[in-house]
Structure formats: C-alpha cells, structure tokens
Design a protein around this ligand. Sequence first.
Ligand SMILES: *Cc1c(COP(=O)(O)O)cnc(C)c1O
Length: 404
Amino acid sequence: MKIPFSPPFINDDIIKEVVDTLKSGWITTGPKVVALEAEIKKFSGAKEVLCVNSWTSGAIMMLRWLGLQEGDEVIIPAYTYSATALAVYHAGGNPIMVDTTEDFNISVADVRKAITSRTKAILPVDIAGFPCDYDEIMNLVNEPAVKSLFTPTSEVQQQMGRILVLNDAAHSLGATYSSGVKTGSETDVAVFSLHAVKNVTTAEGGAICLNLPEPFNNKTLYHELRQMSLNCQTKDAFSKSKAGGWRYDITGLGMKINMADVNAAIGLAQMRIYPELLRERKRVFSIYNEAFKRESWAIVPPAILNGKESSYHIYALRIKGISETQRDQMIDEISMTGVAVNVHFIPMPLLTFFKNKGFKIEDYPQAYNNFKSEISLPIYPQLTAEALDYVINAVKKAYTSVTG
Ligand SMILES: *Cc1c(COP(=O)(O)O)cnc(C)c1O
C-alpha cells in the first residue's frame, strides 16, 4: 500500500470555488481574499485577520513593522521549522534560541532566562498544533521587572511598551488554548500558515491575526498592513481596476506579499468544512494513540492537556531509549512498506546555516532528545481505518526489526 505523508484535501466544492474565481474576471487579491479573512477571523476569534502569500513573508512583515534595529533580539525555540528563525534575520533581528520541553514546545523558564534589554519579541511555536503556555508567556512579558527592562528602539516598540508576543501558529489553526480560547486570538500577533501541507491550505499562504493592545487600533493597523503587503501602494489593483480609480501614491518601503483570489478560493472552500476536517484528523490521532499507548516503547504526543487541545496537525510519535541511528533505520524500514513518514523537526543548531552562526546542539539537550527519537506519521482526513492499520503495523514491525 502506498500512503503519502500529507496530500492536500481537495473535493468538488473546492474545485468549483477555484473555477468560479477563474471565470469571475478577477484572479488576484480581491473579494475571495476578503471572504477568507472573514472566515478565519470568525473561526479563530482574532480581532483582525490579514491574508498574505506565506507564513514566512507575514512574519517578516510583522517584525519589520515592529522596527527591529541591529542588535535587537527575538526569542525563539531551537526546535521548529527554520522559517521561524529566518524571518527574524530577514527583519534585521538577532534570533536567540532556547530549549524546548518534553511536550515539544518552548520552555517558558528558558525564555525568562533569555530576556535582556535588547529583547523585542518572543515567537513561541505551537509544535504539531499543540498550543504553548500563553497565560504564562503573556504574564511574563507584563511583569513589572520585565517591562522596566524593555528598551524601545522604534516608534512602534515605544507604543507597545513591552515585549511583543508573536505566535508562530503555522500548525495550530483550530487548536484551543485555555478551555475554548482559540489560537490566533491569544497573543498580540499570531500567524497561521496556509501552505499545502498545513491543516487548511491555499497552496501557499499565510494569515496574520492581530490582537494588539491599546494604543493600537487593530482595524486601522489592518489597513496599514494590507497596504504594506502591496508595496505600500495606496490603492490595490482591485480598486484601480474601477473607472476613475487610477491615481495612487507609494507611502513607504513595503513588501509584495499579497494573497491572490485564486489561492484564497481553495482556503475559503476548505474553511467551510474545516470543523469536519478537524474531527477527521482527531479520529486518526485517536486511532494511533489507542494503538501505541499499549506499547511500552512508544511515547504518544500531547493532544488534550491542561485545558488545551491540539489542532492534530502532526502525529509526533517518539520511541523510548532509541538512538538517532536506530530511528533513521526505523524510518527506512517503514518507507520500504510504502508508508511516507517524516521527522518534525531537525533542531536548527544541526543545520549548516545556523551552525555557521555559532549555534551548538549541545546547548539544546531536550530539543535533541525529542528529535532523535521522533517519527511523524501520516495524519489527514482521507486516511481510512485500513490504511491506519497498515501504518501501525509498519511502525511496530520496524521497531521489532531495528531493536532486535
Ligand atoms: C510551515 C511552517 C512555517 C512556514 O510556513 P510558510 O507558509 O511555508 O512560510 C513556519 N513555521 C512552522 C513551524 C512551520 O511548520
């Protein structure tokens, strides 16, 4: 049996929505993007939502908006997809990596230790869709001692008056934090990824959620950022296409990272059925959990814990006491059966670019431990009970064969 790792969910309704856009006479940023933003806003409870062409570009724009200066620090986990760190570099900041905890997420204790007068933002990542401890993180940045250490280097930072919390929510659309509060509404800024492998997709895309405190006005900011995502041009192509709407101005140095309607159409049709898709992901997750909980060698990933619930984006199985080489052998064995698995993630200090920046894996023991024993199993709505049995057997057989 051939089981791909993460094929996109495409049904007739989604195809119809895309065709509708193609036939409408308007294919780039326009009504479908606005409709998708409204859907994500309603679903997540975020105050405002702006769609862009990727998580990465959205995060870069938000950090540029924050006005990072040379030497400004942004705290991130060592255990995440590299975009989290790369966005910080692109925005002119200095990423400070901290270790993770057993649940894969950033260690708040280590965040506290990493805060200096140069810290401008924290980017916690909801790994696999399981939310971080946001009450703790938001309390931390609001502590009087932490606030008095804060030294703004831009007008926006001055208005902020404290460290900004930007949730890398690339995995966690639909996750709940603290009994019903959805990710996207819990931090100053949260960015979802709508990349092809994510829970909801526009092929490529990202959604920036804004929940900034006073004196910011999220609605005004939405309009400013929308312009910033369109080269800081005062009129987008849609308004310019109307009779008499030709004159515009460029007000600053923006980026060109807007989402096209043809992409938004995919996400729009997916959002309409997302509660169902989420239930199906949960079904798959539960079947794996039932199967692996019985095995003394398996560590099942967190899903529902301390009032939090995952978005079931990745099934991150860990194997007790296994070496990195044995894990790699298990992956080879599983792959030979036709089941595609993955590893989430290679800690950044193991990658060339970050090694060259001076990061060392020895400084992140928990991140390494999580990595060396982790295998991500396929998880998506289309997986049948039969396919899941096949995956489970492949993993069990691989364990037996590798550990003798
Ligand atoms: C996918 C992913 C991103 C990047 O998303 P893009 O939309 O591809 O830019 C960022 N962070 C994490 C944790 C991711 O998994």
